[in-house]
Design a protein around this ligand. Structure first.
Ligand SMILES: [Fe+2]
Length: 235
């Protein structure tokens, strides 16, 4: 009937966040990468990526955390207040203080890939710094184009939908993606498919953010206290 009104009702889920970083942040991150190239603190042994070189970064004086991440991470936490998935791995503690612990850069060459994995921490991020390929060209490669699921060069989250089916959320990679940050719960599974036919490096940064058990906030396992603390920290 014409007077029927139909609506889509989306069941609640946890958002991920996306940011197009400004020039100030991007320039700072390239400085961090260049410092890492000199200091060469290898991170591969602690990472899932089948990538020849990953190096730890140093966030000097917590500049990136303090100026570009901290506030939005608190906001993200607040908007997912009842999400008990936000916890340091293997603990049930909560603190309103958060810290960035791991911070690293991946230099990927063609054919290298990052199998399905998740991260330590409460929330994690990826920043695409240098994408050497175009997704349309990658999806048109002979190995991809005649398939039901062209995936070359894609970044992909995997999650279970309301029917329990594993569903992909895909980010296609293009040079225009440079400078984009995506913030997500650390336990959210994701993978990176290889790219081909380019000798350039693909450069991405990642980091893990934890509740700081040594921070000024009270560490608690009690949900009511946890919510009170979080609301007070937002005032
Ligand atoms: Fe990852």
């Amino acid at each position: 009937m014409d007077d029927d009104k139909w609506y889509y009702v989306m069941p609640p889920n946890i958002n991920i966040m996306k940011c197009e970083l400004g020039d100030t942040a991007v320039e700072y991150l390239w400085d961090c990468i260049n410092d890492a190239r000199e200091n060469k603190i290898n991170a591969n042994k602690n990472l899932a990526g089948n990538i020849e070189e990953s190096l730890y970064l140093k966030d000097n004086n917590n500049y990136f955390w303090d100026n570009h991440l901290k506030n939005v991470c608190h906001q993200y936490l607040k908007e997912n207040l009842y999400c008990t998935s936000f916890r340091n791995n293997f603990t049930n503690t909560f603190s309103e203080e958060m810290i960035m612990r791991e911070f690293w850069v991946n230099f990927s060459k063609q054919t290298e890939f990052n199998p399905v994995h998740n991260h330590g921490g409460v929330m994690s991020f990826v920043i695409w710094m240098q994408i050497p390929t175009r997704s349309k060209e990658q999806h048109d490669l002979p190995i991809s184009k005649n398939t039901t699921n062209p995936s070359s060069s894609d970044f992909q989250f995997l999650y279970t939908d309301i029917l329990g089916a594993i569903s992909p959320m895909t980010f296609e990679m293009d040079p225009e993606t440079n400078g984009t940050l995506v913030l997500f719960p650390s336990t959210l599974s994701h993978q990176v498919y290889p790219f081909f036919n380019s000798d350039d490096y693909r450069v991405s940064i990642s980091g893990n953010i934890y509740f700081d058990p040594n921070g000024s906030g009270q560490v608690t396992t009690d949900m009511d206290t946890r919510i009170d603390q979080l609301q007070n920290s937002m005032l």
